[in-house]
Design a protein around this ligand. Sequence first.
Ligand code: GUN
Length: 310
Amino acid sequence: MPARVIDGAAIARGITEELRVRVARFAAAAGRPPTLGIVLVGEQPSSLIYVRNKNRTADALGIKAEVIRVPASSSIDEVLGLVDRLNQSSAHDAILVQAPLPDTIAAGTERVFERIDPAKDVDGFHPVNVGRLVQNRATLVPCTPAGIIEMLEREGVRMRGARAVVIGRSGIVGKPIALLLLHRDATVTICHSKTPDVPRIAASADILVAAIGRAAFVTPDFVKPGAVVVDVGINRVTDAGAVGRLFGAQSPRLEEFGRRGAVIVGDVHPDVADVAGAMTPVPGGVGPLTIAMLMKNTVTAAERRWRGGT
Ligand code: GUN
């Protein structure tokens, strides 16, 4: 039986619908909507799409998202100055600086994230928020891993006592999802580019999280029959032959390729559906959950500021 497909978009809609009451309550008390400042440096196409999607979701929910766009030629001091202004602004509850920064200032990314007031850091990237996550007392958790946990909880996936394997050790996904699973009493292994025999380790997992950024890297031999497979990958494949090999000559994905010249493919090979018990699709899996959790973090940050908490 093919794996059950977990509908991330439907779960994301559920999360945002639940937020409506909190948004309305905040707006009534504060006299303004929860407000997120998004800093976008330059014109990277994928960043433009991400920011547009964040903006749309916020609008639909009654959250104010103010996008501050500055040219790719901006200096790191200019970006830090913008963050300072948003930190000091009483009208902004939340701040997000869209990554990646342009190559010329990419080396300053950590400095920029560290400059954001931890109470407004809805990405959860500030060292204070990372530290709180390690201590299992986080309030603002990075959005993608937080979304994965919400999804697993809402799908009734048992984490306590489960074996979880995370492939990828990034600060944005791999490390935080490993901590969140650990805090829910899973036994967690993190695999990375220097790990020998990743398929064997992955095949011990009841919950397998693929967050490596390599199209279709996780093949059926990585997967224990019945496992829950979470695909975090967003890989743009521009080779028609590769799309045909992955999805088959009759797949609608080939037609999509014909229209767009590329398709988005996850880190998990489509054939994993023959082995897994449940899996998230790409697109329509983890992606929408990330945006829903950004909205949730924005509302949480707004409520805590209003109550005078941190
Ligand atoms: N670029 C891609 N994903 C993210 C994210 O979650 N946060 C930020 N700030 N930039 C991103």
